[in-house]
Design a protein. Structure first.
Length: 230
């Protein structure tokens, strides 16, 4: 299967955007997931609902809200441009932000499950016997949750690669800049004679998704095996 240079460009951009989206959201995802797994209060119910909101909102709505906030006329977008010279809307950064927000709930959900499977007494013991909270988290919690975190990364990456609705609203459909695989497929199916190119990109999208889901399944299975062996 031979892809054209433009199609390879869309594939490469999709992967870069997904890596940036997951990499930037990972530290926040770990903190939120650990907080939700360990803390119990009414305020966290609100936090959890906010985190999960992108899963139930139409992606186009999420993209529109981001555009209103971060677009050239948005309050935050105008400030970023004037103060720091940073433009988010209609750039690859905007595509990564949209993909990251849509993938964030899956990342948090998966990592949270990994943290919930760790006995809190192990963290407490590490804290009591000479380690602070950060040391216990770094040397006990994170290593024990490593496979779950990896599974969350893989699942979020797959979601980010496939993001369409929020991306096209916030980042647009600019060739070589924001046209990821889903946007390239959308473009091709609206062109006369574009079906073969669309099908090639569909095949790449399916391949990436299958690889991601396979890796997620392997990591999740190993995580369950470790839990049942204790």
């Amino acid at each position: 299967m031979m892809l054209s240079p433009e199609e390879w460009e869309a594939v490469g951009l999709s992967i870069r955007v997904a890596v940036l989206a997951v990499g930037a959201s990972l530290p926040f995802g770990i903190v939120v997931a650990h907080t939700l797994a360990r803390q119990r209060n009414s305020l966290l119910f609100v936090v959890e609902n906010i985190v999960q909101l992108p899963l139930v909102l139409p992606p186009v709505v999420t993209g529109l809200l981001l555009l209103i906030l971060l677009g050239p006329e948005g309050a935050v977008g105008r400030w970023l441009d004037n103060a720091l010279g940073i433009q988010v809307a209609f750039t690859a950064w905007g595509a990564a932000l949209a993909a990251g927000i849509l993938a964030f709930p899956l990342l948090v959900q998966t990592v949270r499950v990994a943290f919930e499977q760790i006995d809190p007494e192990w963290e407490e013991a590490a804290h009591v016997y000479g380690g602070g909270r950060w040391a216990a988290f770094r040397y006990v919690t994170l290593p024990l949750a490593a496979r779950g975190i990896a599974a969350g990364i893989v699942l979020a990456f797959a979601r980010a690669v496939g993001e369409f609705g929020a991306t096209i609203v916030l980042a647009g459909n600019l060739p070589g800049k924001t046209r990821t695989i889903p946007l390239a497929i959308f473009t091709r199916i609206n062109q006369i004679g574009g079906e073969p190119a669309a099908l090639r990109l569909v095949a790449i999208a399916v391949l990436l998704s299958v690889m991601s889901l396979t890796a997620h399944a392997v990591l999740t299975r190993r995580l369950h095996q470790i839990r049942h062996s204790r």
